[in-house]
Design a protein around this ligand. Structure first.
Ligand code: GDP
Ligand code: MG
Length: 760
C-alpha cells in the first residue's frame, strides 16, 4: 500500500482533509496546533487503497518545535511514498514557504491547494496551473471542507512517479555553497542530500550533530551564518515567481473577520464579553429559571406553581418537564426528559424483582448509580456543543490571544491557554496537546493546572450538587453556581501557574506567534462528529468502569466485616461505612468531614472513588442515595415523597443532604475539592507520561495541596465570612514573599555582574 503524509502549516486544513479522505473523526480545531501526534488512516475510494498520515502542523522544517522535528523525521526516515503538501490558498505566500523546503527533499510531492471555496468567496483567484508550472510538481485545487477536488487529488497522487530528486529555489543565490556540501553528502550516500545541504548552511542544530558536519560547513561557507539570508531568499523567490498565481479582486477593505475582531478582541471589552458569553452558555444549559435575567425577569414573576395548576397526573408529569413555577432552560428540559424515562425504568425493574437484596442491587446499586450519571449526558453534550462552536468558529483562539496580552508578563503565554481550554472536554488530550509548548517548565505548569478546567466527567458533580442545593435549601440558581465553579477553576489555574512560574518553574516565556484564523460558521457535520465521539466515550465508560464501581460500592455498603448481607437500614455498619469513617476526619476543615451526621462517610467515599473516574462521585451518590430514598421516612424525618421528587442525581444529592445535614458551604467545598484534586486515573497516567521524570510526584502533591487549600477556603469563607480577611492576608503575604524573593535575587545577580565587570 502506498503511504502519503499530509504536511502543511498549522490550521491549513490537514485534519479536515484527513477526515474527508479516511472517514475518520479526528479533532478539527480552528486554532493552530491541534494535531500533535501523527495519525494514520486509509483512503479507500480509489482503485488501490492508500495509507494517509496526518502530521502535525508546521511553518518550516527547522527543528525549533517538537512538531517540526516529528514531521521532518517522519518524511526523512520513514520513506513515505509521497507527501501531500496542503497549502492554504487564502494565505498563499506564507504557506509556500514550507513548500519550498519540502521540495528540497528527495520525495514525490503533490500540492493540495486548499480553502479554494474561501478564495472564491472573497472574489480572488488562485491559478493552480501556473503554480504547477513554476513549482514543477502537481498542484490540485481542493476544498477539504466541501469535499471538492479530492478525487482528482488522490488520483494524481497515486500516479506520481516513485522517485523524485529534490530541487531548491536557493540555487541561484547559494548554488556554489550548496553544491560543495551536497557533493560531500552524495559521496556518503546520504538520502536527500540537497535538503541536508541547505540545513547545514542554516547551521541547523540537528544537522550539526552529523559526523564531520562542522568541517564540511567550514569549508563551504566559512564562519558565515546564512540562516536569515536563506529565509529571505525563499520569501523573495516566492514573491517574485510564485505570487503571480494569485490575483486579488482589488478591493482592500476590512474583512468580516477584522470587523468582528474589532469588538471581540477589544482592549477593554474582550474579557467582559467572554464572561457574558460563558454565562449565557451556562444559563441556557443549566438554568431552572430561564427567564430570570434582564428585561424578561418580570415575565417570570407571579407564575403559578405546578401544583396550583390542578392538572391530571399524566399532564402534570408532562408539563413538569418544561415548567415548575418557572420556565426551564433547554438543557434542563432535555435533562428532565431523560430523567423521567430513567425513573420509570428504575421503578419498573425494582418492582419486578421479588428478592430484596437482588432488587436492591439491580435497581439501587446498578441502575441508581448509572442513571445518576447518564442523566447528565444531555447537559454534558450541550455544554460540549457550545464549547465546540466557540472553538470551531475561531473564537477560542482569540481568547488565547487576549489572555496572552494580560498574562505574558507574569510568565504565562497564550499558547498555554489552548490546551487548558481543551481541558473543558477531557484532560487527557489536553495534556498531550501541551507538547506544542516549547518551554519545558511552562509545559509542566500547564499540565498541572489542566485538571482545574472542569472536564465533562466532573460536570455531574457540579450539576447534581448545584441542583441539590437549590432544591433542598431553596437558595441560589443552579446555573449561577455551576458558572461560578467553572470560573473558580479558571482563576485557580491562572493563580497556580503564575505562582509556579515565579517560584519553582521560572523560565523564559516563549513568544506567542499565532495567525488568528478567520471566523467561519461552525460546520454541522464536524459538530455532530464531536458530540458522537463524546457520547460513545461516555456510554462506554458508564458500562465499564462506572458499572463495576457501582456494583462494588453497593456490595461493600451492604456487607459487614463477617460478609453478612445488611439491609439498607444498617448501611452504617457496613465495610464501606467503617472505611469511610476512618478517612472522614481528613475532610473536616473542608466541611464534609466529622461535623456531618450519620451518613457523612459517603462524601469521603465518593471523593476517593472519584480518583478512578470522576463520574463515580455522583454514581456513588446515586447508589447510596437510592438506598436512603428506599428508607424513605427514616431519613432525617423527611418523607419519601420529598426525596422522590423527580431528578435522579439531584434527588440522590438531596437524600445525602437530608441524611447528613451538610451545610451549603460544605457542599460547595466538596465540588471545589473534587474539581481541583488529583484527576482520574487516565489523566494521571497521561500526566506521568508527559511530564519530565521525577516531576510527577510533585504534581500529585500539588493537586492534593491545592484542592485541600481551595476546599478549606471555600468552606471557611462560606461559613464565616470574616475568615475571608484571613485568607486575603495569607494570599497577600505569599505574594509579597514571592515578589521580594525574586527582587532580592535580581539585586543579588546585578551586584554579582557589577563585580564581574569591575574585575574585567
Ligand atoms: P489543521 O490544523 O491543519 O489540522 O486544520 P483543521 O483541519 O483543524 O482546519 C482548520 C480550520 O479550517 C477548521 O475550522 C476547518 O473547518 C477549516 N477548513 C479546513 N479546510 C477548509 C476548506 O477547504 N474551506 C474552508 N472554508 N475552511 C476549511
Ligand atoms: Mg489538525
Amino acid at each position: 500500500m502506498k503511504t502519503f503524509a499530509l504536511c502543511g502549516n498549522p490550521n491549513c486544513g490537514k485534519t479536515t482533509l484527513f477526515n474527508a479522505l479516511t472517514g475518520a473523526t479526528a479533532h478539527v480545531g480552528n486554532w493552530p496546533g491541534v494535531t500533535v501526534d501523527k495519525r494514520e488512516g486509509v483512503y479507500k475510494k480509489s482503485g488501490e487503497n492508500i495509507a494517509i498520515i496526518d502530521l502535525p502542523g508546521i511553518y518550516s522544517l527547522s527543528p525549533y518545535t517538537p512538531e517540526e522535528v516529528i514531521s521532518r523525521n517522519y518524511i526523512l526516515d520513514e520513506n513515505p511514498y509521497g507527501v501531500i503538501n496542503i497549502v492554504d490558498a487564502t494565505n498563499l505566500e506564507r504557506n509556500l514557504y514550507l513548500t519550498t523546503q519540502l521540495l528540497e527533499m528527495d520525495v514525490p510531492v503533490i500540492v493540495a491547494l486548499n480553502m479554494m471555496d474561501e478564495v472564491e468567496k472573497a472574489g480572488d483567484k488562485v491559478d493552480a496551473k501556473t503554480l504547477e508550472e513554476r513549482l514543477g510538481v502537481p498542484v490540485v485545487a481542493v476544498s477539504a471542507l466541501k469535499g471538492t477536488g479530492i478525487k482528482d487529488l488522490m488520483a494524481r497522487a497515486a500516479a506520481l512517479p516513485a522517485k523524485r530528486s529534490g530541487n531548491s529555489v536557493l540555487e541561484e543565490d547559494f548554488g556554489d555553497k550548496l553544491r560543495k556540501v551536497r557533493e560531500h553528502y552524495e559521496a556518503e550516500e546520504v538520502a536527500s542530500p540537497l535538503f541536508h545541504a541547505v540545513k547545514l548552511l542554516e547551521r541547523d542544530e540537528l544537522e550539526l550533530k552529523r559526523k564531520n558536519a562542522a568541517a564540511v560547513l567550514e569549508q563551504a561557507a566559512g564562519e558565515e551564518d546564512l540562516e536569515a539570508a536563506i529565509a529571505d531568499a525563499r520569501y523573495k523567490y516566492i514573491s517574485a515567481n510564485l505570487s503571480v498565481a494569485k490575483t486579488k479582486n482589488g478591493k482592500e477593505t476590512l474583512t468580516k473577520s477584522d470587523k468582528i475582531d474589532k469588538v471581540l478582541t477589544h482592549r477593554v471589552w474582550a474579557i467582559p464579553i467572554f464572561l457574558v458569553i460563558m454565562f449565557a452558555i451556562f444559563h441556557v444549559t443549566f438554568s431552572e429559571d430561564f427567564l430570570y435575567i434582564g428585561a424578561w425577569a418580570s415575565l417570570g414573576k407571579g407564575l403559578p406553581a405546578l401544583d396550583d395548576l390542578n392538572l391530571s397526573e399524566g399532564m402534570a408529569t408532562f408539563v413538569g418537564i418544561f415548567y415548575d413555577g418557572a420556565v426551564f432552560s433547554p438543557g434542563v428540559i432535555l435533562f428532565n426528559i431523560f430523567d423521567t424515562l430513567f425513573g420509570t425504568i428504575m421503578d419498573a425493574v425494582g418492582g419486578a424483582i421479588p428478592t430484596e437484596w437482588l432488587s436492591g442491587l439491580v435497581a439501587d446499586g446498578v441502575l441508581g448509580g448509572l442513571f445518576a450519571v447518564l442523566g447528565f449526558l444531555p447537559q454534558i453534550l450541550m455544554l460540549f456543543m457550545w464549547f465546540s462552536l466557540l472553538e470551531d468558529s475561531g473564537y477560542m483562539a482569540r481568547i488565547a490571544f487576549v489572555l496572552d496580552r494580560i498574562f505574558r508578563r507574569f510568565g504565562l503565554s497564550g499558547r498555554a491557554f489552548l490546551p487548558m481550554i481543551m481541558g473543558f472536554g477531557c484532560s487527557v488530550p489536553a495534556m498531550i496537546n501541551t507538547r506544542t509548548l516549547a518551554d519545558e517548565k511552562e509545559r509542566t505548569a500547564t499540565v498541572r493546572v489542566i485538571p482545574f478546567f472542569s472536564c465533562g466527567a466532573k460536570l455531574p458533580i457540579l450539576t447534581a450538587i448545584a441542583g441539590g442545593v437549590v432544591q433542598y435549601f431553596g437558595v441560589g440558581h443552579a446555573d449561577l453556581i455551576t458558572y461560578a465553579m467553572y470560573l473558580l477553576g479558571i482563576v485557580a489555574a491562572i493563580v497556580s501557574v503564575l505562582l509556579m512560574r515565579n517560584t519553582t518553574l521560572k523560565g523564559e516565556t516563549p513568544p506567542f506567534i499565532m495567525e488568528l484564523p478567520t471566523y467561519h460558521w461552525p460546520r454541522f457535520k464536524n459538530l455532530m462528529l464531536h458530540l458522537w465521539d463524546k457520547t460513545k466515550h461516555f456510554v462506554k465508560k458508564a458500562f465499564t468502569i462506572i458499572f463495576a464501581s457501582t456494583v462494588l460500592i453497593w456490595l461493600f455498603s451492604h456487607l459487614n466485616w463477617s460478609w453478612h448481607y445488611l439491609p439498607d437500614e444498617q448501611m452504617n455498619e457496613s465495610i464501606l461505612a467503617s472505611v469511610g469513617k476512618l478517612v472522614q476526619p481528613i475532610f473536616t476543615p473542608l466541611g464534609f468531614g466529622s461535623q456531618i451526621g450519620a451518613y457523612g462517610w459517603v462524601f469521603a467515599v465518593a471523593a476517593i472513588i472519584g480518583l478512578v473516574a470522576k463520574e463515580n462521585v455522583i454514581s456513588t451518590f446515586g447508589t447510596l442515595g437510592a438506598c436512603l430514598i428506599a428508607l424513605g421516612a427514616n431519613v432525617g424525618g423527611v418523607t419519601s415523597d420529598v426525596l422522590l421528587a423527580d431528578e435522579e442525581g439531584i434527588t440522590a444529592t438531596v437524600a445525602m443532604i437530608t441524611a447528613t445535614g451538610i451545610s451549603i458551604p460544605g457542599l460547595i467545598a466538596f465540588i471545589a475539592f473534587n474539581m481541583t484534586t488529583i484527576p482520574c486515573f487516565a489523566a494521571c497516567a497521561t500526566a506521568k507520561g508527559e511530564l519530565k521524570k521525577g516531576t510527577f510526584k510533585w504534581t500529585l502533591l500539588f493537586w492534593l495541596a491545592s484542592s485541600y487549600v481551595i476546599g478549606a477556603a471555600v468552606y471557611t469563607i462560606g461559613s464565616w465570612w470574616w475568615t475571608a480577611f484571613i485568607w486575603a492576608a495569607v494570599v497577600a503575604a505569599v505574594t509579597l514573599l514571592v515578589v521580594f524573593r525574586n527582587l532580592g535575587k535580581l539585586k543579588f545577580r546585578k551586584r554579582k555582574s557589577a563585580r564581574g565587570e569591575a574585575n574585567a
